[in-house]
Design a protein around this ligand. Structure first.
Ligand code: PEP
Ligand code: MN
Length: 342
């Protein structure tokens, strides 16, 4: 259910409606829009009569939200959500006309590795640095990440170069550390339906980058975002990273068609990850161009200065110089679709 407030409704009126909703044992989610505030209601199983809300001051109407996802839906908020990522060099915005690009290695391997990559990425103008300190690996014998010491290396990258830091949490324990040390909490494809982790991310105070599960339908993807939002964290950035299909020439099939499909249904921004989406270095540039052209709100790209020596995902990692070229092209394409990289 959604309560639509009048454009001139006062803050007190919005608060009174929220309190009334909470008094019924439900959860109220006020979502301010440019024209009006809407209040999403979650926790109802259909048994409660909400007609009473319609007569409250400042309320235009109560409308049922028929989609399984509610807070994620365009019904709740017509205009695109712009997520703000605070960094030492000012906020990076994602969504609306703002494109954000994240670059860096798959995994934090050593301090030297991260500092060298950061040093070479800095002149490109990219503002968000990635690197996994906790790695969810298919094999228990593969490199599992440095853990907390890895997060401290990322903090040094932030301190030395002013990047915002994006890194993955793989369970509730690592999420506590990631929330403390990073700027954006990444939830990986393998954890897209780890519901307790999604709820914990929903209680975090930092934006969440939610990657699509490798076999997740669009509804499942949006429902995962709904989990995060239902706990009160509205700063969710989606990320398409390829799905499993019968197509066997690349690691995954990058589902670029999901971008306009998400835009139609949701106000949330969506990035595209052409690295995991293809698994092959030579496909990263062409798919990055296509992602921006199709309306993505930015990119997540794996970059390594010595891809042949990388402890994970070397095959899909591009060199810093290749990334510089990629970003220059992406900036050009962005202007054609009336957007800009920040
Ligand atoms: C990653 O970003 O390094 C990663 C593990 O991605 P995904 O969860 O999409 O596989
Ligand atoms: Mn990777």
């Amino acid at each position: 259910m959604l309560v639509v407030m009048q454009s001139h409704a006062t803050e007190e009126q919005v608060r009174a409606v929220c309190e009334r909703i909470e008094s019924l044992g439900l959860k109220a989610h006020p979502i301010p829009g440019s024209g009006r505030t809407a209040i999403g209601i979650t926790g109802n199983n259909g048994a409660v009569d909400l007609g009473v809300l319609e007569s409250m001051p400042g309320v235009i109407e109560c409308i049922p939200v028929t989609k399984p996802y509610k807070l994620v839906s365009r019904d709740v908020k017509e205009e695109p959500t712009i997520v703000r990522i605070p960094t030492p060099s000012g906020d990076v915005l994602v969504g609306g006309t703002h494109l954000a690009v994240v670059a860096g290695p798959c995994a934090v391997e050593t301090e030297e590795q991260c500092l060298v990559i950061a040093e070479r990425l800095k002149p490109t103008g990219v503002r968000l640095f990635r690197g996994g300190a906790y790695k969810p690996r298919t094999s228990p014998y593969s490199f599992q990440g440095l853990g907390l010491p890895g997060l401290k290396i990322l903090a040094k990258v932030r301190e030395n170069y002013g990047f915002g830091i994006v890194t993955e949490a793989i369970d509730n324990e690592s999420l506590d550390f990631v929330e403390e040390w990073a700027d954006v909490i990444q939830i990986g494809a393998r954890n897209m339906q780890n519901f307790s982790l999604l709820k914990r991310a929903g209680r975090a105070k930092k934006p969440v980058l939610l990657k699509r599960g490798m076999s997740a339908t669009l509804d499942e993807f949006l429902m995962a975002a709904e989990y995060v939002m239902s706990e009160g964290n509205y700063n969710v950035i989606l990320c398409e990273r390829g799905v499993r299909t019968f197509s066997d020439f690349s690691r995954n099939t990058l589902d670029l068609a999901v971008v306009p499909a998400v835009k139609k249904r949701s106000h949330l921004p969506i990035l595209v990850d052409p690295s995991h989406g293809t698994g092959k270095r030579h496909k990263v540039l062409p798919l990055s161009r296509a992602a921006i052209a199709v309306g993505a709100d930015g990119l997540l790209v794996e970059v390594h200065h010595q891809p042949e020596k990388a402890l994970s995902d070397g095959m899909q990692s591009i060199l810093p110089e290749e990334f510089a070229e990629l970003l220059a092209e992406v900036r050009q394409i962005a202007t054609v679709v009336h957007r800009q990289v920040n």
